[in-house]
Each structure stands twice: as structure tokens, then as C-alpha cells.
Design a protein. Structure first.
Length: 380
């Protein structure tokens, strides 16, 4: 019997949540053969990440996934065998009541944000009974240890990425498609996806005065507004700007699959939040992560926890330089230029470590498989 899934996603904060939910829905359907409905409250935003989405249609099928517009009030539907709340979204009360009336009752999952913090190991999979209804919700935490739910990775992704990166012509062609001019010398190619960051002006100045050329690929979004203000130039998608040794390239909006290839094609990736953070690790390239800023510097605790995992087994100058660069970026320090130069001096070692880290992660199981097994073991 084919098990059915309902995944609910609210689009917030520049598409990260829908990116993760779409990757999960697509993998559950295409690789594991489940019948999946993905409920999304902003189809126009979803369209940017997946051009096949028609924002005018309340119901459509894409890559074997049934995509439904999550409107208010929600239309009456029969709840699926497994119900996923993407990152704590609140399900409609009518739908929850239908879950309670369903026989057998569905497995109810709150898919949490990825974290490397130690407490996640003890919280993964914990049940939370509903205060009034005969329902139990389980908390499912993606993470970096065997006691968590793992990370999203599609079957064959590592092999596809490795084949692309080993094909110099393919990499050069992809870079050219983004607007990176072919040159006699190969510049350092960096992708930049970040929240507003007070350290960015100092970083741009460092790149602009570097002894060797740097290409910064900045996908469409808030980062272009920051860069336009810093450079006093109007940087729109599909344009580029030269500033000393630095060339800023702003490609048109990239869908999820093209963004993956951007990460693969760059020498280093500045990423943020969760989806780009995880995909940058699968890219097997050095990364600089900006955690979502939280009160009382709670994001710095998350950063330290990840650094402790990521740098395990790497010692000396390279490890300290990677940690210091992340720290300066997340503290939005004007002294980031010095940290960048220290990192650049050990970039070859950092590249080797990034490849080893990706291989280590790939040796584990994917989040989709872990989630499916967790849910199937709890179905009545």
C-alpha cells in the first residue's frame, strides 16, 4: 500500500523553508514512491524556485508531487497517513480535527530546523501529546550525528556534483552562463548569499584591493541592495560591476537546481540560514555560514556548535582561520578583512577539508529515508 503524505509549508524569509519542503517532497515522491501533497501558502514565491509552478492554479502536479495552494479557509480534505509541519507552521484547526477523527490516525511530525547543538540529540523524536485531541506530534530534528534525523541529500547527488566539478569545460560554461567573462587567468570565484551584514563593506574593500582578481557572484535578493549601497552603483540582476580587483556578477534569479550548480562552480560559498547552508556542504567547497541573527547572540551558540563538528579532526592554523572568519562574519566585524586574508593563506587546506567533510556526511543516511522509517514505524 502506498502511504500518503501531507507537507505544509509557509513561505518566509527568502524561500528557504519552501526550498527545503520542496526538496523533501520531491525526494519522497520520486525516490521512495510515496504519494505526496505539498501545501504552500505563496505559490508566486514558489514559482521563483521552480518555474514549473503556476501561481494561478490551486492544484497542480509537478514531478509527481501534488502541489496545493494552502488558502484560508482551507478546503475540506481527507488527511494523509503522515502529516508534516514544516518548521512549526500552525495547521488549520479544521484539518487537525479531521486528523483526530481519521482512522487510523496519522503520524504527525514537526520538522525542525537543522542544528548541531548537543541538546538536539536528546530532543530528536520526542512525542508531544495534543492537550485535547487523541493525537501525538513528534519533533524531528535534522542534524549532524547518528542520534538526529540526518540531512537532506538526493540519491546520486554526490556523484553528479563530482562529475560536474571534474569537468573543467562544464564549470567554465556554467560560469559563463552566469555572466562571468572568460579570462586568461582564473579568478577566485565566490558566491555571496547573506542577510544584511555590517561586515560586508570591509569584505568588499578587501576583495577590491586584493592582489589577485576576485569574482563575487551575488544571486538576486537583498544582497544586491547591500552591494549597490556599498559600491554606489546600481547592481541589478543580469549585470556586473568592476571595482578594482573585484568583479561583482549578478545573475538572473536561480532556481534550486541552478543554485546547486552555482555552489559547485564556485571556489568558496557564503551562505545563510538553512537550505543554502546544507547545500553548500554537499558542494564540497569551503563555506562561510551566516546564522540567522537571534536575541542575546543565540545564533553564535549555534555557530560554535557547528564549527565544533565541522572542524573536528582539523587542527592548527587552517582550523583557527576558518573559525575566526566565521566568527567575524557572524559578529559583523569591521575587522573581517584581516580574517579573510588569513583564511586565503590556507585556502588549499580548507578545500581539502571541505571535500573530506562532504564525504563524511554522505556516508550517513539521508533525512528523507530517516523520516520515512521513523513515520512508518509509528503508523497504526
Amino acid at each position: 500500500m502506498t502511504r500518503t503524505w501531507d507537507i505544509f509549508c509557509s513561505v518566509v524569509d527568502n524561500y528557504g523553508d519552501i526550498g527545503i519542503c520542496w526538496r523533501l517532497a520531491r525526494q519522497l515522491s520520486s525516490e521512495l514512491g510515496y504519494a505526496v501533497r505539498l501545501w504552500v501558502d505563496d505559490l508566486a514565491a514558489f514559482h521563483h524556485l521552480c518555474v514549473c509552478v503556476d501561481p494561478a492554479l490551486d492544484t497542480q502536479r509537478i514531478d509527481a508531487v501534488e502541489v496545493r495552494y494552502w488558502s484560508a479557509p482551507m478546503p475540506p480534505v481527507h488527511p494523509a497517513d503522515i502529516v508534516i509541519e514544516g518548521f512549526g507552521v500552525r495547521l488549520p484547526e479544521s484539518y487537525v480535527a479531521d486528523m483526530a477523527a481519521r482512522s487510523p490516525r496519522p503520524v504527525w511530525i514537526n520538522l525542525e530546523h537543522v542544528s548541531a547543538e548537543p541538546w538536539v540529540d536528546g530532543s530528536h523524536g520526542l512525542p508531544s501529546p495534543h492537550p485535547r485531541l487523541p493525537l501525538t506530534k513528534y519533533f524531528f530534528f535534522p542534524g549532524f550525528t547518528a542520534k538526529t534525523g540526518g540531512l537532506l541529500i538526493e540519491h546520486g547527488l554526490a556523484q553528479t556534483r563530482a562529475a560536474f566539478q571534474s569537468d573543467t569545460a562544464a564549470v567554465a560554461s556554467f560560469r559563463h552562463s552566469l555572466g562571468i567573462a572568460r579570462a586568461d587567468t582564473t579568478p577566485l570565484c565566490v558566491s555571496l548569499f547573506c542577510y544584511d551584514n555590517a561586515a560586508l563593506p570591509a569584505l568588499v574593500d578587501t576583495w577590491a584591493t586584493a592582489p589577485a582578481p576576485v569574482v563575487c557572484v551575488a544571486p538576486a535578493g537583498r544582497v544586491l541592495e547591500q552591494l549597490s549601497a556599498i559600491t554606489a552603483r546600481n547592481i541589478d540582476p543580469a549585470t556586473s560591476v568592476q571595482l578594482g580587483s573585484l568583479t561583482i556578477v549578478a545573475p538572473p534569479f536561480l532556481d534550486l537546481d541552478k543554485y546547486d550548480r552555482l555552489l559547485w562552480a564556485c571556489d568558496l560559498n557564503f551562505v545563510r540560514g538553512e537550505d543554502s547552508f546544507v547545500r553548500a556542504q554537499w558542494a564540497a567547497r569551503p563555506l562561510v555560514w551566516q546564522a540567522y541573527v537571534q536575541e542575546q547572540d543565540a545564533h553564535l551558540i549555534k555557530l560554535t556548535a557547528f564549527m565544533d563538528h565541522y572542524l573536528c579532526g582539523l587542527a592548527g592554523y587552517t582550523a583557527s582561520s576558518i573559525r575566526a572568519l566565521h566568527d567575524a562574519w557572524n559578529r559583523q566585524s569591521a575587522g573581517i578583512g584581516e580574517r579573510w586574508r588569513a583564511f586565503a593563506a590556507c585556502r588549499v587546506e580548507a578545500e581539502g577539508h571541505a571535500r573530506a567533510w562532504a564525504e563524511r556526511l554522505a556516508a550517513g543516511r539521508s533525512l528523507a529515508i530517516e523520516l520515512a522509517e521513523f513515520c512508518l514505524n509509528r503508523l497504526e
